[in-house]
Write a protein that binds this ligand. Structure first.
Ligand code: FES
Length: 169
C-alpha cells in the first residue's frame, strides 16, 4: 500500500497549460518578412502623403494686378511697384520696344534694394556690389548666388499685368 504519490518530473500546471513559451517567442522568417513589408508599406504611404500635401501647399496663389500702361515706361526706363503685397517692392524694366521684365527689388544676398544701372545695363545692389542680369535676373557679380525672383508679366491690351512670381530663373 502506497501512502505517498510518486512525484512526477513535470509540474502539474504544465499538463494543464501545455504552452511552449519558448516556441511562442520564436519569430519565423515569414513573420519577420511580413513585418518588414508592412512597415515599409506604412513608411511609403506616409511619405507619399507628405509629398502630396507639400505639393498642394507649395502652390501659392498670386493676385492678378495691373502694373502700368505700356507707354508709361520709356525704353530702358524703370517703374517701381509693389507686388504681390504693398510691402514687397518690385522693379519693372522696359528692355526693348516691346519687351518688359520685372523682378523683386530685394537682393537675394541680404535683402538690400537693387536698382537699375543704365551705364552697365544691370540691376545692381549697393550693399556689397552685387549685380544681376536684366534678362533673367541671374547673379553676375558679388555675393548673391540666387537669381532675383521674377514677376510674371502678361500684356492685356495696352496694360502690363502681373500674374505671379517665378522663384528660380
Ligand atoms: S545685399 Fe545685395 S549684395 Fe549683399
Amino acid at each position: 500500500m502506497k501512502l505517498f504519490r510518486k512525484p512526477s518530473r513535470e509540474p502539474l500546471w504544465r499538463d494543464e497549460f501545455s504552452v511552449f513559451s519558448g516556441e511562442e517567442k520564436y519569430v519565423s522568417r515569414r513573420q519577420f518578412s511580413k513585418f518588414l513589408v508592412l512597415t515599409s508599406l506604412g513608411m511609403f504611404v506616409g511619405n507619399l502623403w507628405i509629398l502630396v500635401r507639400s505639393w498642394f501647399s507649395r502652390q501659392p496663389s498670386y493676385p492678378v494686378m495691373a502694373i502700368t500702361h505700356v507707354d508709361e515706361v520709356p525704353v530702358r526706363g524703370v517703374k517701381l511697384f509693389q507686388y504681390p503685397t504693398p510691402q514687397e517692392q518690385c522693379i519693372l524694366l522696359r528692355t526693348g520696344t516691346d519687351t518688359y521684365v520685372a523682378y523683386s527689388q530685394k537682393c537675394t544676398h541680404l535683402s538690400c534694394a537693387v536698382f537699375y544701372s543704365a551705364a552697365t545695363n544691370r540691376l545692381e545692389c549697393p550693399c556689397h556690389n552685387g549685380a544681376f542680369s536684366v534678362h533673367d535676373g541671374s547673379p553676375l557679380q558679388g555675393p548673391p548666388r540666387r537669381p532675383l525672383p521674377r514677376v510674371v508679366l502678361t500684356r492685356k491690351g495696352d496694360v502690363l499685368v502681373a500674374t505671379g512670381i517665378q522663384l528660380e530663373g
